[in-house]
Design a protein around this ligand. Structure first.
Ligand code: HEM
Length: 236
């Protein structure tokens, strides 16, 4: 039997969730960061484009609440899949991820010829996913404090409001930098996918990339796969 050239990696729902996060995150950065760095020329230009700081604030709040609703939906479906026994736990970190990371660094340093073999998600993908989840929980909780400071101060010490402002803006800035440096590298500049990894948009991944990037998963879904990995220049 001839093997398929591509495998389905992401469902339509996962792809739509990625588009939603990407759009909301960009809007949150564009409306939030100019408030923090208001004395930069680009911030003034962006604030003018949005009709001034007041409308930028309202846009940021609306996007923030939508982002919070999306995160609640994502975590809700996650908990539901664990409860009804359909969760695969493929994104949960385990011991092998730590040894994979060490082996990968040793390989990059030329100390070994062996490279780690990954399953559905490698340690970098898991780190990015959980970083996004924990980062989202921080910006959402502190964002809600900034949105309703008087109500929050009725139940919690007032110091929580300036502390939330600092945590919110620095966590937002860090998330922005992580996405610019790390995520853009993985999605665009990584030689395996250059110039652009289309998998999260099309849902499909080539057998060649599966051989190269997720051999343990490939062995499970297509046992004894025969299609040979190409020499280089893996395409989505
Ligand atoms: C990754 C996403 C986010 C980024 C990058 C971000 C960034 C920022 C930044 C840089 C500020 C300015 C803080 C300062 O003046 O020092 C800010 C303010 C604020 N953010 Fe966010 N934020 C994000 C998500 C959220 C979310 C999810 C919410 C709501 C649930 C939210 C609600 C607010 C509020 C209420 C303010 C205060 C400004 C105002 O009153 O309009 N943000 N944000």
């Amino acid at each position: 039997m001839t093997e398929p050239l591509y495998l389905q990696r992401f469902t339509l729902r996962q792809r739509l969730e990625h588009v939603a996060v990407m759009t909301l995150f960009t809007l949150l950065c564009v409306t939030g960061l100019p408030q923090k760095f208001y004395d930069y020329q680009i911030s003034q230009w962006l604030l003018d484009l949005m009709g001034g700081v007041d409308s930028a604030r309202w846009l940021h709040r609306a996007c923030g609440l939508t982002f919070a609703a999306f995160t609640a939906y994502h975590l809700g479906t996650l908990v539901w899949s664990v409860l009804n026994g359909t969760a695969t736990f493929s994104i949960v970190p385990h011991r092998k991820d730590f040894s994979d990371a060490i082996l990968q660094v040793r390989y990059y340093l030329g100390l070994t010829d062996r490279q780690p073999k990954f399953d559905r998600f490698d340690y970098r993908q898991k780190f990015e996913y959980w970083g996004l989840i924990f980062g989202a929980l921080i910006v959402i909780s502190t964002g809600l404090v900034l949105l309703w400071p008087v109500t929050v101060a009725r139940f919690l010490p007032g110091e929580i409001i300036p502390a939330s402002k600092v945590a919110h803006s620095y966590e937002g800035l860090m998330a922005f930098l992580v996405v610019i440096v790390w995520h853009i590298y993985n999605a665009h500049f990584n030689p395996d996918v250059f110039p652009f990894d289309k998998t999260i948009f099309t849902g499909k991944i080539s057998m060649e990339r599966m051989h190269h990037e997720h051999p343990l998963e490939l062995e499970r879904v297509v046992p004894h796969s025969t299609s040979a990995p190409g020499p280089s220049g893996h395409s989505a």
